[in-house]
Design a protein around this ligand. Structure first.
Ligand code: HEC
Length: 146
């Protein structure tokens, strides 16, 4: 009888241990080259090529450089936003009641990958949430503009 209890306690503690281990498994890491990698690379491009005008928080400068926070451009059609970076922008945009008359110079010297990363970063920062942009998307727009 004593032996029986001994085995029972052993079994119970073993099953507790295994359920505990299962519940506390570390979460699987995001695969390399996924969204987080593109966002991290894009942040570096943003700091070098966009931050002076659009600011670190994407808030822009009122009546000079528009914000990149939940605008129809940032969250909208990816081809349009790719074109803005490749060709620059001069359309006097109106955002939240402010008009922006400054001209955005083209950033076409950036590679397809850099543009994809920076736009993926912008579309997933500053409170934005939109699909990633791939270098193949940029390549397509670049070719169509030639
Ligand atoms: C020299 C300043 C300057 C730089 C550098 C610059 N922009 Fe702009 N950007 C502007 C201005 C000014 C406008 C508005 C142009 C207009 O009114 O037609 C604009 C407009 C935009 C828009 C569309 C409007 C909006 O706010 O949603 C996006 C998107 C954008 N820029 C992204 C970028 C990205 C990404 C970079 C870096 C690769 C960048 N810009 C670099 C000044 C700049």
């Amino acid at each position: 009888m004593k032996k029986f209890y001994c085995i029972l306690t052993l079994l119970i503690s073993f099953s507790f241990a295994s359920t505990y281990a299962q519940a506390h498994k570390p979460a699987a890491k995001a695969p390399a080259g996924g969204l987080s990698a593109s966002v991290a690379a894009g942040k570096k491009v943003y700091t070098l090529y966009c931050l002076t005008c659009h600011q670190a928080d994407g808030g822009g400068v009122p009546n000079m450089n528009p914000p990149l926070i939940k605008t129809s451009y940032v969250l909208g059609d990816k081809n349009k936003i790719i074109k803005i970076v490749l060709k620059g922008f001069n359309e006097n945009v109106e955002i939240n009641g402010d008009t922006y008359t400054n001209v955005m110079p083209p950033q076409a010297t950036l590679t397809d990958q850099e543009i994809a990363d920076v736009l993926t970063y912008v579309r997933n920062s500053f409170g934005n949430k939109a699909a990633a942009i791939k270098s193949a998307d940029v390549k397509k727009v670049r070719t169509s503009l030639k």
